[in-house]
Design a protein around this ligand. Structure first.
Ligand code: SF4
Length: 59
């Protein structure tokens, strides 16, 4: 994974993530995994999360 290589198909504003691009508001991964954080059906965005999130060491 190259953090200077934005994946424009995955817009993301979570700059605290080690997978976030250094130069654009995008993820630097070629693909991500999205999961539900609800025990029931996901009804809105609040029931989902990015399972690829990885905190930067400083956080
Ligand atoms: S892994 Fe998820 S949270 Fe991290 S930069 Fe990519 S899309 Fe954003």
């Amino acid at each position: 994974m190259n953090r200077s290589n934005p994946n424009y198909a995955i817009e993301c504003t979570i700059d605290e993530c080690a997978n976030h691009c250094d130069c654009e508001p995008c993820c630097a991964l070629s693909r991500i995994s999205i999961c539900s954080c609800s025990d029931t059906k996901a009804l809105d965005a609040g029931h989902t999360e990015c399972a690829s999130f990885k905190p930067k060491p400083k956080y």
